[in-house]
Design a protein around this ligand. Structure first.
Ligand code: MN
Ligand code: MN
Length: 487
C-alpha cells in the first residue's frame, strides 16, 4: 500500500468511506499485466484481419461461416436430417447470405430458454442507384444512394472500394471486390477545392454536401469513335463487359456497395486503439463470434448468436432483426431436439422459450470525446479503456423508440460481469435531447426476451474510419463469453 494517505500508510476514514460508497471505475490498462496485454494484442490482430476480409454484410457472413465450420459448426438442417439435435451440437443457419444465427446446444432443453448475443453486421456505406452510370464533362460517374446515417462530407476525397454482387442477364452471379489489393484501382467522390469553396463553406454541414451529390468517379478515358456520344461511359461499359460480362442494364437489382478502401490499422504510439471501417457493429459481432467459439463444450443453457442485417436502416426486411429469423431458428432448435423437447413443438413452446430467454444486444456505444464535450454528460458517458458498456436504455426525446432494460435483468448482467471480473461501465447516448438512436434490442424484447444493450465504446461512429480501444474489444469478448457460458 502506498503511503500517500498519511504518516502511517493508513487510509483516512473519509477515504475508506469513499472507496465503499462511491463509483470508482479504473482504466483497464492499469490492471492488465504483460500477459494480458499480449492476449489483447493478439486478439486485436485477429480482429483486424477478419474485419479487412469482411467489409460488407455478405462478406462478414461468409467469413463467419468459414470460421464456424472450422470449429465444427454445421448447418442445422444437415444435423437435424441426420440425427436430431443433442447437447453439445453446434449448428448455424445462414439467411440469404446476409444474416445468420448459430448455437451451441446446452444440456437443458431449449424450451427452458436460451442465452443470446445479438449484433448487426451491416455498416453505413454508399450504394449504387438502380441505373447508376452517367457521363458528364468527359468523366464517367456512378450515381449513388447512401445507406445508413452518414455525414455526407466525410465520405468525399477518400479512396473507396467496390464490393458486392451483380447478376448477368444470363443469371450468372458475379462477385465484385475491387480496390482492396495493392494493385487494384480505387474510386472516390470528388470535393470542391477551397479556392472556389467560398459559397460552399458558408452552408450548414447538412447542406454543403447533399446526398444527391455523392457521385463516384469511375473513369475518364474515351472509346475512340467519332460517331458515338458519351465516349467515356461507353469505354467503361466495354471494360465492364470484358471483365465481368455485364451490360448497363445489369446494374438494375445489383447489390454493389462502396466502402472505404483502407485497412484496419493500429492507432497511436502505444498502439492501444484500432482505426477501421465498420467497427459498428462488427467489433461486437466479432467479439460475440469468438466468445461463442470458445464457450463450454456443453453449456447449461443453449447459447445463441444472432447476426442481423439492415440495422443501420431500421432492421426491416427478411434479413433484418424485425424478421422472424430468431423465432424461426429457436423453433427449429425445439423441433429438431431429440431430447426432452422432442415432439413438443408448438407455437406456445416457442413463445415460452423466448419468454425465458436472455439477450445481450451487442452494439457499439458512443465513447466520450473531449473534442465535443458539449453533447456528453460526462458522468453517464462511456470511456475508452474502461471496458464493456452497459446501456440501460436507448431512444431519443424521452427514451422514445428505444429499448429500456428491466432493472432485474440489468442486475443479473452486472452481477455476472462482476463475478467473472469483467470490467464494465455505463454509457448513455449523450446529453438529454441532444439526439439519440436505437439498436436491435427492442425487436427481441418484443418477443418476450430479456434484453440489455452491451457493447464497445467507439469514436467517430459512422465515419469511414471509426476508432475503438483494443482493451474494450477484448473485455467485451470476455463479457459475452461469461454471458454465453453461465447466464
Ligand atoms: Mn450499431
Ligand atoms: Mn450504427
Amino acid at each position: 500500500m502506498t503511503t500517500e494517505n498519511g504518516q502511517n500508510g493508513k487510509k483516512s476514514e473519509g477515504q475508506l468511506l469513499a472507496e465503499k460508497l462511491c463509483i470508482n471505475k479504473k482504466n483497464c490498462w492499469e490492471e492488465a499485466g504483460p500477459e494480458e496485454a499480449e492476449r489483447i494484442r493478439l486478439f486485436a490482430e485477429d480482429y483486424k484481419a477478419f474485419l479487412d476480409r469482411g467489409k460488407t454484410e455478405r462478406e462478414f457472413t461468409a467469413e463467419t461461416t468459414a470460421l464456424l465450420r472450422t470449429a465444427g459448426f454445421r448447418d442445422i438442417e444437415e444435423i437435424v436430417a441426420r440425427k436430431g439435435l443433442e447437447p453439445g451440437d453446434k449448428v448455424y443457419h445462414i439467411n440469404r447470405d446476409k444474416s445468420l444465427v448459430f448455437a451451441v446446444l446446452g444440456s437443458r432443453p431449449v424450451s427452458e430458454g436460451v442465452n443470446i448475443v445479438g449484433a448487426h453486421v451491416d455498416s453505413p456505406r454508399i450504394d449504387l442507384k438502380t441505373n447508376p452510370l452517367y457521363e458528364d464533362g468527359d468523366l464517367a460517374f456512378f450515381d449513388t444512394q447512401y445507406y445508413g446515417g452518414i455525414k455526407h462530407y466525410q465520405w468525399t476525397a477518400i479512396p473507396l472500394a467496390l464490393h458486392g454482387v451483380i447478376f448477368g442477364s444470363d443469371g450468372k452471379r458475379i462477385t465484385v471486390r475491387l480496390g482492396e489489393e495493392s494493385g487494384d484501382p480505387v474510386f472516390t467522390i470528388t470535393d470542391l477545392l477551397p479556392h472556389l469553396a467560398r459559397e460552399q463553406m458558408q452552408k450548414k454541414a447538412s447542406e454543403f454536401f447533399v446526398g444527391e451529390d455523392l457521385n463516384i468517379l469511375a473513369g475518364s478515358r474515351p472509346f475512340i469513335d467519332e460517331k458515338v456520344k458519351e465516349k467515356v461511359k461507353l469505354n467503361l461499359l466495354k471494360l465492364l463487359n470484358e471483365q465481368y460480362g455485364i451490360t448497363e442494364g445489369d446494374f438494375a437489382g445489383a447489390e454493389l456497395e462502396f466502402v472505404p478502401a483502407h485497412r484496419a490499422r493500429d492507432i497511436g504510439f502505444d498502439r492501444s486503439m484500432i482505426g477501421a471501417y465498420g467497427h459498428d457493429d462488427r467489433s461486437c459481432a466479432y467479439a460475440a463470434l469468438r466468445a461463442a467459439l470458445e464457450t463450454a463444450p456443453i453449456p447449461e443453457k443453449t447459447s445463441v448468436c444472432l447476426f442481423t442485417d439492415k440495422e443501420e436502416i431500421g432492421s426491416m426486411g427478411n434479413t433484418g432483426a424485425q424478421s422472424r429469423l430468431l423465432e424461426d431458428f429457436v423453433a427449429g432448435l425445439i423441433v429438431g431436439s431429440s431430447g426432452a423437447d422432442s415432439g413438443k413443438s408448438s407455437d406456445i413452446s416457442l413463445r415460452r422459450a423466448l419468454n425465458r430467454s436472455s439477450m445481450l444486444s451487442a452494439d457499439v456505444n458512443s465513447a466520450y470525446d473531449p473534442n465535443f464535450d458539449s453533447v456528453y454528460d460526462k458522468k453517464n458517458a462511456s470511456y475508452f479503456g474502461k471496458g464493456m458498456v452497459l446501456c440501460k436504455y436507448t431512444g431519443s426525446g424521452g427514451k422514445y423508440g428505444g429499448s429500456d432494460a428491466n432493472a432485474e435483468f440489468y442486475l443479473t448482467v452486472r452481477s455476472l460481469l462482476d463475478r467473472n471480473k469483467v470490467a464494465w461501465q455505463y454509457g448513455d447516448l449523450g446529453k438529454v435531447d441532444k439526439g439519440g438512436g436505437g439498436t436491435i434490442a427492442r425487436y427481441a424484447a418484443a418477443l418476450g426476451v430479456e434484453v440489455l444493450d452491451c457493447g464497445i465504446p467507439v469514436l467517430s461512429m459512422h465515419s469511414p474510419f471509426e476508432v475503438i480501444s483494443k482493451i474494450d474489444l477484448y473485455t467485451t469478448y470476455r463479457g459475452y463469453m461469461a454471458f454465453l457460458r453461465e447466464a
